[in-house]
Ligand binder design. Structure first.
Ligand code: UDP
Ligand code: MG
Length: 313
């Protein structure tokens, strides 16, 4: 019988875990004669009692495995750790807040069993229940990154998916420190089937993503999967040279024909500020890539484990 590992990143989720556990055991029971399960919770340095909840679950259900980090490393690190520790033939990544309907696992499993796909992923087709300004920025982000990146980033794609061992191993090969999973999942290739569903609101606890955190995350995504912003400096530089050239011609002709003294201070001030601004902006972009390269070259571990109940394999 095939084994499914369900990887569940958890950060301050003591309220949500019991709800999630109740749902996922229902799904396992439903699929009892198709597959066996392993629930792999990754405690991403929670500050609440998440670890106690996990220990208690593990004590009464041997399918419950957990890895607990030494501090908060972020969801990307938690997913990586989960994929690394998973022992199943198929591995699912799912949020603990029940925004990803666990009952879809059965259909995903059957799709993979058919042998036609390597991965069944999900995307939400609506964003209802989300602040409109957040949705607007999300739209803008997807439009932009898909223009400037060769890796397709699907609008509304969730991290919720079921993958074959082969694809999981491919993802684990991508060892970069600055991880942007939506991009990595797509970058490794393989055949993906998309399931669609309406947005579901969080069952318990609260979201860990503020607007600023999301904005920063989207910028990280752009830096990780496109180098187009690096060419902005050259393009703007060329454009400004062109403008300057035209201006010079106009001024020379004006002076020769009318002998006009050029009004200096205000126009000069504007030009200096404008060009200075563009230079700093472009340096900022350069800095962003440099910073990422710097972090990458340090080769720090993606996560550090404090405690787990996983038998060495
Ligand atoms: N999460 C995590 N580490 C973090 C932030 C979030 O492991 O630093 C987990 C969180 O516990 C949840 C999932 O990532 O299972 C998605 O987080 P959340 O529901 O807060 O995000 P949203 O659905 O609001 O985008
Ligand atoms: Mg959520």
């Amino acid at each position: 019988m095939k084994k499914i590992s369900v990887v569940v990143p958890c950060y301050n989720e003591q309220e949500a875990i019991p709800f999630f556990y109740n749902e996922i055991i229902k799904v396992s029971a439903m699929m009892a004669n198709e597959a066996e399960f392993e629930y792999l919770f990754v405690n991403d340095g929670s500050k609440d009692r998440t670890i106690d909840v996990l220990r208690a679950l593990a004590a009464k259900d041997q399918r419950v495995k957990y890895v607990s980090f030494s501090k908060n490393f972020g969801k990307e690190a938690a997913m990586y750790a989960g994929l690394e520790k998973a022992s199943g033939d198929y591995v699912a990544v799912i949020d603990v807040d029940l925004q990803d309907p666990p009952e879809l696992l059965q259909q995903m499993f059957r799709d993979l069993e058919s042998g036609e796909y390597d991965c069944v992923a999900t995307r939400r087709v609506s964003r209802k229940g989300e602040p409109p300004i957040r949705s607007a920025f999300a739209k803008l982000f997807y439009a932009m990154i898909n223009k400037i990146s060769k890796t397709e980033i699907v609008d509304g794609a969730r991290d919720y998916r079921l993958m074959t061992r082969q694809m999981v191993d491919a993802i684990l090969e991508v060892k970069e420190y600055n991880r942007f999973s939506k991009g990595i999942f797509s970058w490794v290739g393989f055949t993906t089937k998309w399931l669609e569903y309406e947005n579901v609101e969080r069952r318990a606890g609260e979201t860990k993503w503020s607007f600023w955190k999301l904005l920063k995350y989207s910028l990280d995504g752009i830096v990780a999967f496109s180098t187009v912003p690096l060419s902005i400096a050259s393009v703007l530089g060329l454009l400004l040279c062109l403008v300057a050239f035209v201006l010079i011609i106009i001024i020379v002709i004006k002076t020769l024909a009318f002998g006009d003294p050029v009004a200096g201070y205000p126009s000069l001030m504007c030009v200096i500020l404008f060009v200075g601004g563009i230079q700093l902006f472009c340096m900022g972009i350069l800095g962003k890539y440099l910073a990422k390269t710097y972090l990458e070259t340090k080769k720090r571990p993606i996560y550090l484990v404090k405690e787990d109940n996983i038998d060495e394999r």
